[in-house]
Design a protein around this ligand. Structure first.
Ligand SMILES: Nc1ncnc2c1ncn2[C@@H]1O[C@H](COS(=O)(=O)NC(=O)[C@@H](N)CS)[C@@H](O)[C@H]1O
Length: 439
């Protein structure tokens, strides 16, 4: 992409209302723009990051055997009356009426709707287990939206829902998502720790939050340090091996880890001082098992092996891709700006022409631009007339993994300059060597 043709409204300074670093940097990098309190437009650079995040989320859901569909954002109030949550959900629910005065709502979550879709189509235990998911915008009228997209009112969520014949089988579905979440957050360059958590308005009695440690996290969390060195399950983990999955979950829940709500001070303080952490954390995922909480009132039954109708056992599993864009910045930045993990970066390489209009620089940049794209790399080519310092600052701010600089002096001695974001010194090397280093 040529920067002269792109749309990336960089801000020199962050607006004063931005309190945390990710909010400041997302505004300054031209990734998002607030349209109303807690409601954001995702500008081109931010949308590329969001799409990279959802791509990884989707791949790991699919690997775990979940099946993707897409449910609407607008839901009928009557559906929520069936589960009894319409009144219970409270002020966070955005209630609307259509032209026929029909009561509707902007979905904060989809347990009722997915249960309705399931019960209309699945009647036999032979069709179980099932895990259906979508990646869809949600609305929760948070009393105090803040920290940019970290706690917004309209936000993107991957929410998956599992259906099983009994609790034992539902636990395996829960474990599949647990393992998928470990892999997902690791691929996003994050160290997420599963912590026992409250179930809140979703319900049930088994729940884990996946927390990443960050100074600006909203939650107070406590845990055993060893979690930070646990390896992530491999891509070839067998999602049909119930015992193997349980072993992974057992290992990842074997040491102390709890959010404030579930914190057991005595258990925590029994740990050696140098083996425990008390930190702030960001909740990037939350999984729940809640049995027949929805299937019972909504009559989502299947015929069991004994011919008797039984309500299905369910769980729901949420990840916040829009929150993750901010959380990843909280976990990876420096004074110059964002440091994206390669898998999430909006472009792989920032190509900087120090002297647009100089025929040697223009020719060398066009050649590198074409070759880098030929290597399948996404390139942002800064062909603008900005000063060199401003160009370098922009590339650091938006956090691209590589910066490749072409200038008249360098060309005269047959070199270009290559720099890895976040590492130390830039390297002077031939264009060919630079291409080899980037391929
Ligand atoms: N206001 C918000 N802004 C941004 N992300 C949010 C917000 N509220 C929740 N999330 C994200 O959405 C994830 C799931 O939300 S949740 O309430 O915990 N879970 C559910 O809604 C269940 N239906 C799981 S399918 C959270 O872990 C968090 O990453």
């Amino acid at each position: 992409m040529r920067l002269s043709r792109y749309f990336m409204p960089i801000l020199r300074d962050a607006p004063k209302e931005a309190e945390i670093v990710s909010h400041r940097l997302m505004l300054r990098a031209g990734m998002i723009r607030q349209e109303a309190a807690g409601i954001y437009a995702w500008l081109p650079l931010g949308l590329k990051v969001l799409n990279n995040i959802t791509k990884i989320v989707r791949e790991e859901q699919d690997r775990a055997g979940a099946i993707e569909l897409l449910m609407p954002t607008i839901q009928l109030a009557d559906l929520w009356r069936e589960s009894g949550r319409y009144d219970a959900y409270g002020k966070e629910m955005l209630r609307i009426k259509d032209r026929r005065d029909r009561e509707m709502l902007y979905g904060p979550t989809n347990e009722e709707m997915i249960t309705e879709i399931f019960r209309a189509n699945v009647r036999s235990h032979k069709d179980l287990p099932k895990n259906l998911y979508h990646i869809q915008w949600k609305f929760r009228d948070e009393v105090r939206p803040r920290f940019g997209v970290m706690r917004s009112r309209e936000f993107l969520m991957k929410d998956a829902y599992s259906f099983d014949i009994d609790q034992a089988s539902a636990k395996t579905s829960y474990n599949r998502m647990f393992v998928a979440y470990l892999r997902t957050f690791a691929r996003l360059g994050l160290k997420a720790i599963p912590m026992q958590a409250d179930t809140g308005p979703i319900g049930g009695d088994l729940s884990h939050e996946f927390i990443i440690l960050a100074k600006t996290g909203e939650s107070e969390v406590f845990g055993h340090n060893d979690y930070l060195d646990f390896e992530t399950p491999d891509a070839d983990v067998d999602f049909d091996d119930a015992a193997g999955l349980q072993a992974i979950v057992d290992r990842w829940t074997s040491l102390y880890a709890a959010t404030e709500e579930k914190h057991d001070v005595a258990a925590f303080e029994a740990l050696p001082e140098d083996r425990r952490f008390a930190a702030r954390g960001i909740e990037v995922g939350h999984i729940f098992y809640f049995g027949t909480k929805y299937s019972e009132p909504m009559k989502a039954y299947v015929t069991g092996p004994d011919g008797k109708d039984v309500p299905v056992h369910m769980g729901s599993y949420g990840i916040g891709p829009s929150r993750l864009a901010a959380a990843i910045i909280e976990a990876g930045h420096d004074d110059a700006g964002i440091i994206w993990p390669d898998a999430v970066a909006p472009f792989r390489v920032g190509l900087v022409n120090l002297k647009p209009g100089d025929s040697a620089c223009d020719a060398a940049c066009e050649d590198l631009y074409a070759k880098l794209k030929g290597l399948g790399l996404d390139v942002l080519y800064d062909d603008t007339d900005d000063r060199a310092g401003a160009k370098f600052a922009t590339m650091d701010l938006i956090g691209l993994p590589w910066r490749l600089v072409v200038g008249p002096k360098g060309l005269a001695s047959g070199v270009v300059e290559l720099k890895r974001r976040g590492s130390s010194a830039p390297e002077q090397l031939s264009a060919e060597s630079a291409l080899a280093a980037l391929s």
